[in-house]
Write a protein that binds this ligand. Sequence first.
Ligand code: CU
Length: 173
Amino acid sequence: MEIHRFEKRWFALSLLLIIGFIATIVYGAAGVGVSMIDDGGGQLDPSEVRNADGFSNPGVRQVGDDAYAVYVISYQFAFEPGSAEPIRVPADANVTFHVTSTDVVHGFAVVGTNLNTMVIPGQVAEFKTRFDEPGTYGIVCHEYCGAGHHTMAGTIEVVPADEYGTNSTEVEN
Ligand SMILES: [Cu+2]
């Protein structure tokens, strides 16, 4: 069977595209450390969140030499903490976020980073990070959650490690 020269080229080009698409997926998954947030954070009854471990006193707490845990409750239309007062964490420390919702599905994205999760009632989204640079990072809700969705935002303040903890209100235990 005779295949036209142009047809062969289109064939090769299409194959190359497919290989390219697969390569970007493999690179995204393995190369840049992008990982999905799974159900490893555990489950909670959404109406019982405020009685649950960690969430009964949402905020930042030190859990090791260099390790901090942050418990955040999301609801229409705020992050607690985050919206009314910033989440303050030190730079260059291991920070584990635990984020859940008491009402509807929200989003939790930290602007300028690859931290991004859905926040589903009944689920705890758990993810770890390190902020290398002190600075202020915005948090936005990126799942439409109701009439006030566009106002649902917050702030993370990353302070230099040696300045952290000098204010007694920063670390709650
Ligand atoms: Cu929202």
